[in-house]
Design a protein around this ligand. Structure first.
Ligand SMILES: [Fe+2]
Length: 246
């Protein structure tokens, strides 16, 4: 089976469209979404609709999804992120807010192969930023493989004989072969707001027959996404950061 693992689209329709175009002629058996469909970007409704149309095998909510649907306060959000939440709350259609409000909390066990979470296996809002965080997360992980999002950094953490190691996945088409006896925490990166100083769309493909996870990056119509943010009256910093990949 081939799984498309994608996360943190953040209302960036242009980035999502580039991903959908890329996979058009590729065989994908299942779509798995790790949350944060909205927030920051100017196209929350179109993004939700397109993700729904994919009929994901599994989807979980992110912290921005929770804030937009009133399931969490914006106290922990910086002023720019909070402004985007207020904007999205005004723009989101009722049907889309209802859908988003019913998206499950992570972690979720997808099947006997892997689980997913937005932040970490022990707290959906916790950021796994390094090996210390990953070591704690591994204590809560029940399956050998778990995909997570939230940090917007494509990376792989492994636990081998109680040793935890982290690897940042740079560039396009990096892949890792999953080994028996090793536990993995894998972040596919962010579709709509990469923060690793590489503005290109990030996602991963997991081939469960080959035991391979492949990391991808794609160019997209970034200028269009920026224009929409400015035109919508969202903070201009949200447009600037897209081209910087921060
Ligand atoms: Fe996010």
């Amino acid at each position: 089976m081939r799984y498309l693992i994608f996360s943190d689209i953040h209302g960036n329709l242009e980035a999502l469209n580039a991903l959908l175009k890329h996979i058009q002629k590729r065989k994908i058996d299942h779509f798995v979404c790790l949350g944060d469909l909205v927030g920051y970007g100017a196209s929350p409704n179109e993004t939700i609709q397109k993700v729904r149309n994919l009929r994901p095998l599994s989807i979980i909510r992110g912290n921005h999804d929770k804030a937009v649907t009133g399931q969490d306060s914006i106290e922990t959000f910086n002023p720019v992120a909070a402004a985007a939440i207020h904007w999205t709350k005004k723009k989101i259609l009722k049907k889309n807010a209802e859908f988003l409000g019913h998206v499950k909390k992570g972690p979720q066990v997808v099947n006997d192969l892997f689980a997913i979470c937005h932040g970490s296996p022990f707290d959906e809002d916790y950021y796994i930023f390094g090996e210390f965080d990953a070591a704690e997360a591994f204590d809560y992980q029940k399956l050998p493989l778990c995909f997570f999002g939230h940090t917007h950094f494509p990376c792989v953490y492994t636990k081998r004989d109680s040793v935890v190691e982290g690897t940042f996945m740079e560039g396009s088409s990096n892949e890792i072969k999953l080994e028996k006896g090793v536990t993995y925490l894998i972040n596919p990166g962010s579709v709509g707001q990469p923060r690793d100083r590489n503005p290109r769309v990030a996602f991963a493909l997991y081939d469960s027959d080959q035991h391979v996870v492949k990391f991808h990056r794609l160019e997209y119509d970034l200028i269009d996404a920026q224009h929409k943010i400015i035109k919508a009256g969202l903070p201009p910093a949200l447009a600037e950061r897209l081209s910087l990949g921060i």
